[in-house]
Design a protein around this ligand. Structure first.
Ligand code: AHR
Length: 634
């Protein structure tokens, strides 16, 4: 995977700046004892957290182009679909609530065409998720379920059409045969069309007939060419973050507003036609195309460990399942979910996974019980956590069981802490774990973000993030994992439910915020242990961390001040020889500076090299800048 920052790599040699350089900040001194280990650093520190929010999957990572492929409707009619009556044709579009291809999808769109011919076709149009990306010379794979009112073959024309010009960018024809529900597959191939999101999908017929439709789907090429897969541009951005794990499926999305709106994993596996879809906590409906196996395959594609959050009997609207017999079915559901993930094909749920196309089990080390259970006003989490913990440990003694808050009566393996603060708050939180008891549970910072900027964070937020991350790195013997949240936002109007999201996109393009690049940089160099070090004389807005592996030293320097910071760095123990450092810098002129979908690369890492002669390095960290120095140790 080629990193954006690599493209910007330049062979510039920065000469070590004189300590006498002009500085509005007092001179600081930073002493790093390169051969003195302080503690082990977690190899899993950097990962991802994800849920269906801000059109993260539908209209985001999940590459489906058709919006509302299952024809949900409200008082205004079928959402996101429109009737086409070209020329002199005449047709009606309604929902047939009693007829569908499966028990899960028991409705359909009924298109009654009373008048149509080759010059005047009629049918339906889908608007996509704020448009549909069409790129030149690209193959789109589609399918739909259909039946017609007669046994004779009914030709159906399918096309991708440019919104403004009406140009047909790709088209094909499929014959629907008979009155029974069947699935039809098709391919569309675009020609020379310029890449654009301003397109839509049309399905038309050219003679009077009645057609029932369900699960109309269309996918562009996907990452690793997976069927029902993910957008390539977004997956590549995630790969550049080198994430070690994926926490899924939430977040509030796991819990649902009500129990029957939780992430009910058994309804989100197997063929799409067997998935009923469900309303989410974030005010829109999920297709559930991103089900349990798709999350696991996402992990497989990016070599991430799954951190599986299981529903724990609390939903956001306040519904709680009491610990005891009432909770047993949910505990059993979690046990079976773990078996679906980890069981061999000879196990009941491992066999279901094999049926779903993945015979090999996934490895799993962490299971999280619920999400933010401190919101449970009935205060039942102690009992609920204990019930899950005991059942999981009885069957899977090696699994680490994460609690979402401190619990009484049992010591959790790991506790999940969340931080959403402004820049100043995150500067303060950078010290949060400095005094944490090393004999207690490990910490998973399962959600965190500096919340400045919308839809994606600005540079001030990136500075807060970087400061916070230096604190996590410094304490990465106890903080074993951390994940920013939310990860994604569709930047179109109405796409966002939560501001300050790491990666933004529309139907065609995606971009990383300054906070995104901060994480790319921080994860690019992380040692396997922290070093003994000390800082004196720096301004209050200066932060750092020092980790190392046998062959490299990783120094993170964060200057969140508007003035440069001189630092006399001593790399104690590196010896008299010269060393080369690779320096990555993220800088902006103001804390309001940011990237956008129109200007995605205003703030990106700039790479350079630095020669270090011996142990002493007089250095100046520029104002408003985040730097990662990777020093090769001989
Ligand atoms: O990240 C957005 C929301 O913040 C998550 O769904 C929830 O866990 C937290 O409150």
């Amino acid at each position: 995977m080629k990193h954006h920052s690599d493209r910007l790599w330049s062979a510039v040699i920065i000469t070590a700046l004189s300590a006498a350089a002009v500085s509005a900040q007092p001179q600081a001194s930073l002493n790093v004892e390169v051969n003195r280990t302080k503690a082990a650093a977690s190899p899993m520190l950097y990962g991802l957290m994800t849920e269906e929010i801000n059109y993260s999957y539908d209209g985001g990572l999940y590459a489906e182009l058709i919006r509302n492929r299952t024809f949900r409707s409200d008082w205004s009619g079928i959402l996101n679909w429109y009737l086409i009556e070209k020329g002199s044709s005449s047709a009606k579009l309604t929902v047939d609530n009693g007829d569908g291809p499966s028990a899960a999808l028991h409705n359909s769109a009924k298109i009654e065409v009373t008048k149509a011919d080759a010059n005047s076709p009629a049918g339906v149009l889908n608007e996509g998720y704020w448009g549909m990306a069409v790129r030149p010379n690209t193959r789109y794979r589609g399918s739909f379920y259909a039946r017609s009112s007669s046994d004779s073959a009914l030709p159906v024309r399918i096309a991708l059409v440019a919104d403004q010009s009406g140009d047909v960018l790709a088209s094909t024809s499929v014959e629907v045969t008979g009155t029974a529900w069947k699935q039809y597959q098709f391919d569309l191939r675009s020609g020379k069309a310029a890449a654009s999101p301003e397109n839509h999908f049309e399905l038309t017929i050219a003679r009077p007939a009645t057609l029932w439709l369900q699960l109309v789907s269309l996918f562009p090429p996907t990452y690793h060419d997976r069927p029902n897969g993910n957008r390539i541009d977004i997956m590549e951005k995630l790969a550049a973050m080198r994430p070690a794990f994926l926490r899924f499926p939430g977040g509030n999305y796991l819990e649902g507003g009500r129990i029957d709106q939780r992430f009910d994993w058994k309804k989100m596996i197997g063929p799409l036609v067997g998935r009923p879809t469900h309303p989410t906590t974030w005010s829109y409906h999920s297709t559930d195309g991103m089900g349990l196996l798709e999350f696991l395959e996402w992990c497989e594609d990016l070599r991430m460990q799954p951190v599986l959050a299981v529903y724990a009997g609390y939903s956001l609207g306040g519904q709680v399942v009491k610990p005891g017999p009432d909770l047993d079915q949910y505990v059993q559901d979690a046990i079976e979910e773990i078996e679906y993930v980890t069981g061999g094909p000879e196990t009941t749920w491992g066999a279901v996974r094999a049926r779903d196309g993945h015979p090999a089990p996934f490895s799993l080390h962490y299971v999280e019980i619920g999400n933010e259970d401190n919101f449970d006003r009935a205060r039942t989490y102690d009992g609920r956590y204990a019930q899950f913990y005991k059942a999981i440990k009885a069957k899977y003694p090696n699994l680490q069981v994460i609690a979402t808050m401190p619990v009484k009566g049992i010591t959790p393996d790991v506790i999940d802490d969340h931080y959403y603060k402004r820049e100043q708050g995150m500067f303060e939180e950078s010290k949060h774990y400095d005094a944490t008891d090393r004999n207690g549970p490990k910490i998973f910072v399962g959600e965190w973000a500096t919340r400045e900027g919308s839809p994606t964070p600005n540079f001030g937020a990136a500075l807060g993030d970087a400061a916070f991350l230096t604190g996590l790195e410094r304490n990465s013997d106890v903080v074993i994992m951390a994940a920013y949240a939310p990860l994604f936002v569709n930047v179109n109007p109405g796409g966002m439910q939560w501001s300050s999201d790491l990666i933004g996109y529309d139907a065609l393009n995606s971009y990383g915020s300054p906070s995104y690049y901060t994480q790319v940089m921080f994860a690019s160099c992380l040692g396997d242990h922290t070093l003994t070090s000390s800082l004196a004389g720096a301004g209050e807005r200066f932060f750092y961390s020092a980790t190392a592996s046998p062959n490299k030293l990783c120094l993170k320097l964060v200057n969140a001040s508007s003035a440069e910071q001189s630092v006399a760095i001593t790399l104690q123990g590196v010896g008299a020889a010269s060393h080369t450092a690779r320096v990555s810098t993220l800088h902006a002129n103001t804390i309001w500076a940011t990237n956008t979908i129109q200007a995605p690369a205003r703030i990106v890492p700039v790479n350079s090299t630095l020669k270090i002669n011996g142990e002493r390095l007089p250095y100046v960290v520029p104002p408003y800048s985040i730097q990662v120095l990777e020093v090769t140790l001989k």
